[in-house]
Design a protein around this ligand. Structure first.
Ligand SMILES: [Zn+2]
Length: 261
């Protein structure tokens, strides 16, 4: 690795952590229908607004040793985690795609997936005011990604929205209760807009696999057999979609050679 690529990678990572810092604001405020622009960052406990040096991604958390500068209430480790995660994905995208329209497009997409996942973990909802505009915005994939076509975008949206809707409907008719939220359906339509029909099929398959494994692990560890256990599905679908961006083609090829005669 040359010095040039090392520094450009570092700049991309730092830029990613700053976006991650903004994602924390979105995760915290969007479910409460509050502005993501004003006011600036403040401590949720003592309401003191935070000076710029308390807003530096990751570092502020470290040198304040995880506590508010004013009231010393512990700050959730999730804030620096989301910042580091967003920085890491921006770096990985840069290494895979270089500084290209595809990298910018996927970075915006993964940022939205991170926001949706943490909101879903906290509130068990996926806000329509993210996923619905997301379907329209990420339908631009045929413009940014060389391998995408408008036809594939439309097929992806229909597959993502349609197949999960069918599963949810059957589940509802059999069990008389909602198994999969409407939010998951809109999220999958958004993933379909970005990754096309192959990507959304991959996402449904891997997302369901991750979700089922985690559900079983939770049931085993809590020793309850409550099948109505509500596990937020958004993070697993997001994980599946991100896996597709980085390894989708290779994993599909491997699957085909191993399991399809
Ligand atoms: Zn405070």
């Amino acid at each position: 690795m040359t010095a040039y690529s090392f520094y450009s990678g570092l700049i991309v990572f730092i830029f990613g952590t700053c976006i991650g810092s903004f994602l924390n604001v979105c995760i915290y405020r969007i479910p409460e229908n509050r502005s993501i622009v004003t006011p600036g960052s403040f401590c949720p406990n003592c309401k003191n607004s935070l000076p710029f040096y308390c807003n530096i991604p990751i570092f502020s958390y470290l040198f304040l040793m995880g506590r508010c500068k004013f009231c010393h209430t512990p700050i959730s480790i999730r804030y620096p985690f989301v910042e580091a995660l967003t920085g890491l994905f921006s770096l990985l995208l840069f290494l895979k795609f270089g500084l290209t329209p595809a990298m910018i497009y996927w970075f915006a997409f993964i940022s939205v997936l991170i926001t949706i996942s943490f909101i879903d973990l906290d509130h068990q909802i996926i806000p329509d005011n993210i996923s619905l505009p997301g379907i329209l915005i990420f339908a631009s994939s045929f413009y940014f990604l060389p391998e995408m076509t408008l036809k594939n975008v439309l097929l992806g949206i229909l597959t993502g929205g349609g197949s999960l809707y069918a599963i949810a409907l059957v589940y509802y008719l059999v069990k008389k209760q909602e198994g999969m939220g409407g939010g998951d359906i809109k999220l999958l339509a958004m993933i379909g807009a970005a990754t096309g029909i192959k990507g959304v099929a991959f996402t449904i398959f891997t997302g369901s696999l991750f979700g089922t494994i985690s559900g079983l692990l939770i049931m085993l560890s809590t020793r309850t057999a409550d099948t109505r256990l509500r596990i937020p599905f958004g993070p697993f679908l997001s994980l599946g979609a991100i896996l597709y961006i980085f390894f989708g083609e290779r994993l599909i090829q491997w699957y085909m050679t191993c399991f399809v005669p």
